[in-house]
Structure formats: C-alpha cells, structure tokens
Design a protein around this ligand. Structure first.
Ligand SMILES: Cc1cc2nc3c(=O)[nH]c(=O)nc-3n(C[C@H](O)[C@H](O)[C@H](O)COP(=O)(O)O)c2cc1C
Length: 184
C-alpha cells in the first residue's frame, strides 16, 4: 500500500464484524514495531496477543469500554523500561514513552495495510490489565488494541489544519524567512 494512503486512511474503529482475523496477519503487523527508532537501539516493548474470550472481557472491563469485548483478538503493548533507564537515567522514562508511540504507529499503519481495524485504547486501570495477563509490576502497559474487521463505515475524524501546527525559526512565527540567494 502507498504510504500516504495508509497514513491518511488510518482511523479508529470501535465496531467490528463477527469475522475472526487470521492471527498470522496480526503477528506480521506486530513485527513492524521492531523497525521503529529506539534510543541507543534498546528495544523496550513487548506485545501480548490475547485470544482468550474471558481475558478479553477482563480487558474491556479494565478499560470500561465495552466495544473491546467484540474483538476476537486484543494486542496489549507493554514497556520494559529497565535497560533504557539504566542507560539514560531520568531521560529514560520519556524515551520509552516516545519510542512506544513510534512502534505503535508502525503497527497501526500495517493494520491499515492488512485491511484490519483497531482503536488505540489508552484509558484503562493498569492494575486490572496487569492482573488479567500476569504482567510483572515493573512493566508498564502502554495501550491495548482490539483487532477485527470494521463493521460499516466509520466517519473519519476531521484532522487539524496544517497551518495551525507549523512555525518557522521560532515558536508562533508563521512566516518563513525569504531564502537568500547568492547573485552570480
Ligand atoms: C494515547 C491515546 C489514547 C487513546 N485512548 C482511547 C481510548 O481509551 N478509547 C478510545 O475509544 N479511543 C482512544 N484513542 C483514540 C482517539 O480517540 C483517536 O485516535 C482520535 O479520536 C482520532 O481519531 P482517528 O484515530 O480515527 O484518527 C486514543 C488515542 C491515543 C493516541
């Protein structure tokens, strides 16, 4: 799939059909996370593919978002921050969060390419997710992703205007300085 198309067509889906995705397609999407940039090339993420219906229900309860329970699979992205924090001390925590986002975006674009659907779920009671999946205390749960096929058509969210996010040379300066050219 063309990269621009994948970026522009990616969207959150909260309604899934009853069709079960092929788990191999999901594994392939997770594999794309390995190619994300990582501080010091220390890979800090782990992914848990959850297939068990009871566990999926517990994840939906932990998030208080019941559409999650419609999905046949839920992918849970976690961070093991220890090596990054050992290398970068107080900066390490921030780096882990940032690189989790980079890895997750790779994953989301591959989900789009595979014609699967998901929604980044970041609102949940972390302790409940950890309990359901036996995740150790020192591991952070970044996000959970119910995976399925989109039911119907989701209306795409309006995106922010480009003009409102771009500055030149200093914060809030909206005009680019004229590029000086040498007369020859
Ligand atoms: C960090 C983060 C946390 C989010 N948490 C939730 C969530 O708990 N539940 C949910 O339905 N959507 C959640 N979303 C999805 C956003 O609502 C969605 O990305 C946004 O509305 C833009 O829509 P789009 O993804 O279709 O472009 C989250 C997204 C991000 C990046």
């Amino acid at each position: 799939m063309n990269l621009n198309k994948a970026i522009q067509n990616r969207h959150s889906t909260r309604r899934f059909t009853s069709k079960k995705p092929d788990w191999r397609d999901i594994i392939e999407c997770i594999d794309s996370a390995r190619y994300a940039p990582m501080a010091g090339n220390i890979f800090s993420l782990k992914f848990i593919v959850v297939n068990d219906k009871e566990k999926i229900q517990k994840l939906a309860d932990a998030a208080q978002q019941h559409f999650i329970a419609q999905a046949h699979y839920v992918v849970v992205a976690c961070t093991n921050p220890s090596r990054t924090i050992n290398s970068y001390e107080e900066q390490g925590g921030k780096f882990c969060r940032q690189q989790a986002g980079a890895a997750i975006q790779n994953f989301l674009l591959k989900i789009q390419e595979a014609k699967l659907a998901t929604c980044w779920v970041g609102h949940f009671v972390e302790e409940q997710i950890k309990k359901a999946l036996q995740i150790p205390e020192d591991i952070q749960v970044e996000a959970i992703f119910p995976i399925g096929y989109e039911l119907g058509k989701t209306e795409k969210r309006r995106k922010i205007d480009f003009d409102s996010i771009l500055y030149f040379d200093k914060y809030k300066n909206k005009k680019m300085n004229k590029i000086k050219t040498l007369d020859v």
